[in-house]
Design a protein around this ligand. Structure first.
Ligand code: ZN
Length: 308
């Protein structure tokens, strides 16, 4: 009797299950990992409901100095695909993949991007933990490059989950149109800034691709390490640099110590423009929970500081 009731319940449940087929239960989703928050946002934009995305370095995290946790090895082990930036960004990844005990297919999302050389500044540069590569890894800071990431993600998802081809292609096309729109916005906004004011000092040399694409110069503070506490001498150097190069604004990033920059702006009159987000998104309550939000936030912050 009991068995018959169970069978009847299963029969009843069947059409309900079919009706809900459009919304895939978590177990049916393609389980993937993205190495950091910006990439996870890209993968979600293309993967939509078919894909379950977990990330290694979360919002506000610093991928340069990341130390993987045991839980990360499990995430990699469980994943059908591992999406990474490449260009030496994830120096800790090879060891993590070895620790996961499995040859997970790694998708390098910057394939097809023309790498620029990492900026060397005053002998220290941006060399937190970029491994041996001398390419600048921050390729996503140009929207034209973001479009390459999206195409690579789409192709990898279609290959891993051919049934979702139409969904992935439609989602990618819609997102590429949004990227085109934000790219236009950045170009139009920068064009309205006085050309002599299109220069800023920033501690984190992450905006080289942005600089090349949109024509705002990001100048690193000369001879100052971002790894150690700034000395009175460092501060003096930067103040001289700002005065000599007539730089209208200095910026803070969410992963650098802001105190030094504040002190400098007090003494030079250069504007502290606010926070630019470079390597990580914010959590949902912050100003940059998605890539599109991040690019628009940075644009507004820059244009507010650089408009005359
Ligand atoms: Zn960086």
């Amino acid at each position: 009797m009991k068995r018959i009731i169970v069978a009847l319940l299963l029969l009843l449940a069947l059409p309900l299950g079919l009706a809900k087929a459009a919304e895939k239960p978590a177990a049916d989703k393609l389980n993937v990992v993205a190495s950091f928050s910006i990439l996870a946002d890209f993968v979600k934009a293309v993967g939509g409901d078919r894909v379950e995305v977990s990330m290694l370095v979360g919002p506000n995290g610093d991928a340069h100095v990341y130390t993987p946790a045991p839980a990360d090895a499990k995430k990699v082990n469980d994943a059908r695909l591992v999406f990474i930036n490449g260009l030496g960004f994830e120096g800790w990844l090879d060891r993590l993949i070895r620790a996961s005990g499995r040859e997970s297919p790694v998708i390098v999302t910057t394939i097809g991007v023309t790498p620029r050389k990492a900026t060397e500044t005053g002998g220290h540069g941006h060399n937190h933990n970029h491994g041996s590569s001398d390419a600048d890894p921050h390729a996503w800071q140009s929207v034209a490059n973001a479009k390459i990431y999206i195409a690579n993600i789409r192709d990898a998802l279609v290959k891993a989950d051919p049934d979702g081809k139409a969904d992935y292609e439609a989602a990618a096309a819609a997102y590429l149109a949004k990227l085109d729109a934000v790219d236009r916005e950045i170009k139009e906004t920068v064009a309205r800034l006085p050309p002599e004011r299109r220069r800023v000092i920033s501690t984190h040399a992450a905006f080289g691709y942005f600089e090349d694409a949109y024509g705002i110069d990001f100048i690193a503070p000369q001879g100052v390490s971002t790894e150690s506490e700034a000395s009175a001498r460092d501060v003096g150097r930067i103040i001289n640099q700002i005065k000599k190069q007539n730089i209208p604004a200095v910026f803070l990033e969410n992963i650098s110590d802001p105190r030094l920059m504040r002190q400098i702006s007090d003494e030079t009159g250069a504007r502290v423009g606010g926070t630019l987000y470079s390597d990580a998104l914010t959590d949902p309550s912050g100003p940059a929970p998605t890539y599109l939000d991040m690019m628009r936030h940075n644009l507004q912050t820059l244009s507010a500081a650089l408009a005359s």
